[in-house]
Design a binder for this molecule. Sequence first.
Ligand code: NAP
Length: 406
Amino acid sequence: MASLHGILVALITPFTEDKTKIDEARLESHINHLIAAGTHGLVPGGSTGEFTTLCVKFAAGRVPVVAGTGSTSTAEAVELAVHAAQTGAAVVVVIPPFYDPVNLEQLTELFSEIHGASKLPIITGASGYLGGDILHALRGAHPEHALGVLVRDEAKAGTIATAYPEKSVEAIARGLSCRDRASPGFRDERAFDLRYSRGQICDLDGADVVRDIIHANASKRVVANFILNLTGPRTALVFSPIIYGRGRGAVKQRSVQIPELARVAIETGKTVQVGKGESTWSNVHITDVSDIFVKLVEKGVQSETGSLWNKDGLYFAGNTRLSFGQISQQVAKAAQSLGLVESDSVKQVDPEVANKLTSHRAVLWETNAQQNSQRARELLGWQLRGKVLEEEIPATVRDEAGRLGK
Ligand SMILES: NC(=O)c1ccc[n+]([C@@H]2O[C@H](COP(=O)([O-])OP(=O)(O)OC[C@H]3O[C@@H](n4cnc5c(N)ncnc54)[C@H](OP(=O)(O)O)[C@@H]3O)[C@@H](O)[C@H]2O)c1
């Protein structure tokens, strides 16, 4: 929440000579004059609001803009509040409906709806490994924020609601009937295309390359393209490489690549690698990925601008790198020391065999995806705290054995 203090000026609204349009030039110079004189915040149009967008644009992040978005109609109040939030207003002022007085209960309902539509951070995917961990991290870092969790399954909504009994986490089961839709609007996003790029891309000085890859693969990178092309709300895209470590989410704690290698080793008695095992992905501990999201939420809530968002908001989450051959060796060693396999040797298999061993297909173990993650470090003050992959592998193998009842 932006800090509001000092003098907040309810602005006059200058109109053109013929009184048909807002006089943008005069408005801008009025705002510049007020800010130069030390005004701490702007309240365009007082409590009923008129032109939040222009005012936010001219204030340009120098002072918070308080948008009046009250209306006698709930739908209009919600629409105005959403618009204000999307254009970058720091706060909305909602005057209770006039002419038709409401009681306290109705007023609470109205405010809840407006808050829900405009400001409530909504987390999707919280029934998954990554989204679940992000929810956990956000709750821990900011218990003061209300959070909405959108899931598509009543049972999972129940599990999340039980894990977070406090009122500030609201699990909403919506879109339940969409599961079988023939053509979903969006797909899961991952660092897919980056796998095929040669060498290592940096998300700070190589951001153009990342954008080009996303645009060139528009049919596959549906969500990334959609988000990259949005100009209204502040957006950010986080690209994660191999994520490891046990998630802290309420529903799912298991990742994919390393647990799958461990599962194959435990079930077949042999640890595998695809080909020579030279393919290499960057990797990152789950808690460190979630930390990027916490930091982005913090910056968003503080209405921070700069090159954090939209077309600049491309963040790599990769930390260190390890080849799949090295990873398989460590899985084999851990499995042997736990008595799950006889030998710590690693068997080379070709992609066809690997495809049969895991439903995720060999592509997870035989491609390259190397990231140089600088943006989050430089712009968000991101610091890595999670255990490195080598330290975490024995725990992952142990977890997998437990899951398989071994
Ligand atoms: N795990 C990794 O190592 C890793 C690494 C890099 C990138 N990623 C990417 O990060 C994202 C999350 O990964 P994850 O490991 O957390 O996956 P996950 O455990 O499978 O979780 C996926 C989440 O998305 C929800 N979901 C899936 N399809 C949906 C749809 N059509 N509509 C609404 N919700 C839907 C799932 O809901 P239900 O519970 O209802 O199914 C679940 O909450 C994915 O895009 C993945 O590719 C993951």
